[in-house]
Design a binder for this molecule. Sequence first.
Ligand code: ATR
Length: 275
Amino acid sequence: MSNIIKAGVVGWPVSHSLSPRLHNFWLKKYNINGEYKAYPVEPGGLPEFIKNMRADENFRGVNLTIPHKEIVMDLLDIVADAARKIGAVNTIINENGKLCGINTDAYGFAENIKPFIADKKKAVVLGAGGAAKAVCFALNEAGFKDVIITNRTISRAESLSSVIRHPSSVVDWEKRSEILHGVDLLVNTTSLGMTGKEKLEIDLSLLPKAALVTDIVYSPLITPLLEKAQAQGNPTVDGLGMLLHQAVPAFEAWFGIRPEVDVELRNHVLSGMVQ
Ligand code: ATR
């Protein structure tokens, strides 16, 4: 047991995280002598945690969640370019004491919508928080020609737009229903629609019927936005797939096998969710 390969998720709080359920499913499926645990670590405790991980050759790395994703950068040896641009590290890879920080959220978002998106001309992104940065980065990489960002606090949308530069533009939050004409993809990155939060108010009547609508919120799985989009016949993708896909590069880096995202995994994670 002493050579067990270790990984986990670090956050405060972290007990709600679905990552242990997800990674342990793969560990069992691929018969790997490994473990993936949740580590509740207060903000002040992160340097000590990282120091111990660095010194433990069996500890291959961690995922990071709130509140550690930004602050951790100062504690690492290398921060990958994409993570630097997105401004957040969600995965650390420990290679014999050398710590590399990457961000797999943009990859997870892109993989989740890939099978469903044909045209990559115009996208509207609702929100400009941390999640929106990864989404906008992914849209840029995917080759979207026109990315419109709208956010309640316009200054945050402007600063995000200046980071991703061309091809983005910013529109007032009040105008969100008026900018849906000719859109191929509508993404909600705000917390609106999440269980316990306010509903996202938006009129989808200008949205083309072929436009893909996706929400990074996955609790509930079918948010009011997705429900509304489905009711008017638009294709939709829920946010759970982004969570599943973002875990793939991390698992591969730690445990040496590129795992599959399939229906069994999805059902297993779903059964651990409180809906
Ligand atoms: P995350 O890192 O998960 O994206 P965040 O940085 O707190 O979280 O961002 C949450 C997003 O939801 C922001 O775009 C936020 O808008 P503001 O930048 O104006 O705060 C948006 N949001 C949260 N509550 C909202 C509300 N009641 N109306 C409109 N937007 C809201």
